[in-house]
Every structure is written in C-alpha cells, then in structure tokens.
Design a protein around this ligand. Structure first.
Ligand SMILES: *Cc1c(COP(=O)(O)O)cnc(C)c1O
Length: 382
C-alpha cells in the first residue's frame, strides 16, 4: 500500500475525543478507591472549573441539558413564562424551556455567525418574557455587551447555552467568567469531556442553592443523621469516575483549542475566497471552534446533502449535521411554528454540514477533507 492509499483507508470521523493515558490511570484509581459517586473528584473538578471561571461558583451535573433545566428552575421560570432562544441550536436548548412548562419564543440567527439575532431578541420581548437563552454557536461568542444591555434594560435573566464554548473568550474575557448562568457541556463531542456531564458557572447565592437542591433530591443534610427535603429535586449529580476524566481533560483544554484553531485556519487558508461552499464566520482568537460547519450551496448543485455526506463517506470521511432548525420539529410545530418564520435558521438547517475537526487531527487530514469536498462539489455544479 502506498502512503495515499494508507491515508484513504483510515476513516476520518467528524469528531473524536482525545483521552491521555494519565486520565485512564486516574479513572482506574477512582474505580479502586471504593468511592465512585460524587466525592472528592467532583469537588476538585468544580474547584478547578471555578478557578478557570475567575472564582465564580461552579456546580456540575450529568449533562448540560440537566444543567440548563435546573438553571431555568433556579430562576423560577415555569408555566406562563416566555424564554427567548434561537431557532438554530441543538434541540436541548428549547426542550428544557418546554420541560419546565415555559414557552420557547424563537428568533432567527445570523446566517454566518449562527448566533441569536439580538435585534429580533429585543423585538420579541413581551410582559411574559423572563429570560434569554442564547447559544455561543460553535464557540463563537454572542455579543455579550449588547446581550446583557438588553437583559438589564428589561430585567431578564440570561441562561447561556455554552455547550460549545468552553475556552471561548469575549474581548479577552472567558465565557463563564462573567454573566448570569453559563451552562457548559462535557459530552464526548464537546471541546472537553467527562463522558456525559455539564456544569453551570455563576448564579446568585439563592440560584446556586436551588441548583444544588434540584441536582440531588432537594435534600439537605445536617449533623450526622439529619435530613430534610426542601423541594422535589431530581438526580443529576456527576460521578467521581466522570470527574476524573474531566480533570484530565481540563489540563489539555488550552492545547486542544489551540489545535482546533490551527486546523480551522488551514481550512480557511486552503479554501480562501473561492470555497465551493459557504464558510462560517471566522471570529477572532476568542473562538473555540467546537465544530466547523460550512453551508452547501444546494440551489447551485445537482446533488442533495445526503448525497454529499455519502460521497464523503465513500472517501473515508465522516460528516455531521449541526443542526436542523428547531421550530420545524413536530414538537415545536405543535406550538404553532411554521416554515418561513426564521429563514436563516431554515437555510442553515437544510445546507449545513459538519466537517472533521478534533484535536488529534493533522493538517494533512484537513487537506484530505478539502480535496474530497472540493472534488465532489465541483463535479456537482449545475
Ligand atoms: C451538546 C449540546 C447541548 C446538550 O449537552 P448535553 O451535555 O449532551 O446535555 C446543549 N446545547 C447545545 C448547543 C449542544 O451542542
């Protein structure tokens, strides 16, 4: 086999976590320790995340989805309330609003930024609006000054879906180190992982207390044998096994994100101004590049997205879809949402493709993806 055959033979997924041997050994130690559920490793992970977030309180959960739901509950949001959120995100962002009994009020996003349109956000505020739930899409921070100016003016809480944004910075300040309630995800596809897991940075002392109660049975212990349950809480605490993975990952966060930025820089360099697809907004050094999601110019192609994805797969390259527009899902159509309401979210939902991007990739892998995609797309022009 020559080198290029060998390279073609190796399947390149669109994402893959990088776990070092030290982390694997640390998991072994936890498994042998006799304490597997929330214990010293969870406490250490929360302390390290808090230090990372400038000393703010950080509480971990079993997922960002659980965290965002608890954040809404902690803000007292429920039936009769409205929460403004983008129509383009992973569906969890809107599902949690529904789950607490509130109404998701969608607004459109920027075509290239994928981030919530703040002009439409302000226009969507009513007397029932209680919070704004923006997403730092792909790790590109939302305009934090404008967002918080709107929130303050209308006395709204902000629950940031920062599932893509650990390591992102807004004008030199880390996402999570300021703002109201900032929810990170540590799913294996995210920039760092705890297998499944998430964490909330920030919140008032009352909100942090409420998050702790919702996370663990609503229960308070006192003394050696005292228990009280203050509310019907859930069960969303992280395990020490998961936290040991997270501690090992956090050590590599900067290095991982530097690598992500280098790989994306190579995509932009190779495609330059004449890319056969529409590249996302580039942002600045504060972009943590969770995913690289260009748009296929479908109206100019005699090829569907499914055919593009299959063609890439035949060439040994995995392609994802992040995401279909939320308001067009059955559960959201049931609220009255329809086609035509959010043209950017709908176009992104139809045309987006997620090309490989993860820290263990090499620059040569980017070259391979660019060559394969360019080949397929040039051959498919109408
Ligand atoms: C992954 C993701 C979530 C959910 O994170 P989990 O930890 O899997 O619950 C929420 N919002 C966005 C934008 C995501 O990408």
């Amino acid at each position: 086999m020559n080198d290029s055959n060998r390279q073609a033979a190796r399947f390149l997924p669109f994402t893959r976590p990088t776990i070092d041997e030290e982390t694997i050994a640390a998991v072994g130690e936890v498994l042998r320790s006799g304490w597997l559920a929330s214990g010293p490793k969870v406490a250490q992970l929360e302390a390290e995340l808090s230090a990372y977030c400038g000393g703010r309180p950080v509480r971990s959960q079993t997922s960002a989805t659980a965290g965002m739901e608890m954040a809404l509950l902690a803000c007292g949001i429920g039936p009769g309330d409205e929460v403004i959120t983008p129509a383009m995100s992973f569906v969890a962002t809107a599902n949690v609003i529904m789950r607490v009994g509130a109404r998701p009020v969608f607004v459109d996003v920027g075509l290239d930024s994928r981030n919530i349109d703040l002009e439409q956000t302000e226009a969507a505020i009513t007397s029932r609006t209680r919070a704004i739930m923006p997403v730092h899409f792909a790790g590109l921070p939302v305009d934090m000054e404008r967002l918080y100016a709107i929130a303050q003016k209308h006395k709204l809480r902000v629950i940031e879906d920062a599932a893509h944004a650990i390591g992102s910075m807004w004008r030199g300040r880390r996402i999570g180190s300021f703002g109201d309630l900032v929810c990170f995800s540590f799913h294996p596809n995210k920039n760092i992982t705890t297998i499944e897991g998430g964490a909330i940075s920030g919140g008032s002392p009352e909100e942090v207390k409420a998050i702790e109660l919702h996370r663990w049975h609503g229960q308070l212990k006192s003394g050696v044998d005292g228990f009280d349950t203050l509310l019907a809480g859930g069960k969303c605490n992280l395990s020490d096994v998961a936290a040991a993975v997270g501690l090992g990952q956090l050590r590599h966060l900067e290095e991982f994100n530097v690598k992500r930025r280098q790989l994306v820089a190579r995509y932009f360099e190779l495609w330059g101004g004449e890319a056969p697809l529409r590249l996302p907004e580039r942002g600045d050094a504060g972009h943590s590049w969770h995913v690289f999601t260009p748009l296929l110019p479908l109206p100019e192609l005699k090829l569907t997205r499914a055919e593009f994805i299959s063609g890439m797969r035949e060439r040994g390259i995995g392609v994802g879809v992040h995401y279909p527009a939320i308001h067009l899902f059955t559960a959201y159509r049931a609220l009255g949402y329809r086609e035509g309401q959010f043209p950017h979210a709908e176009r992104i939902g139809r045309e987006t493709v997620t090309l490989p991007l993860f820290p263990a990739m090499e620059l040569g892998d980017v070259e391979r993806v660019v060559a394969a995609a360019t080949d397929i797309l040039r051959g498919a022009r109408k």
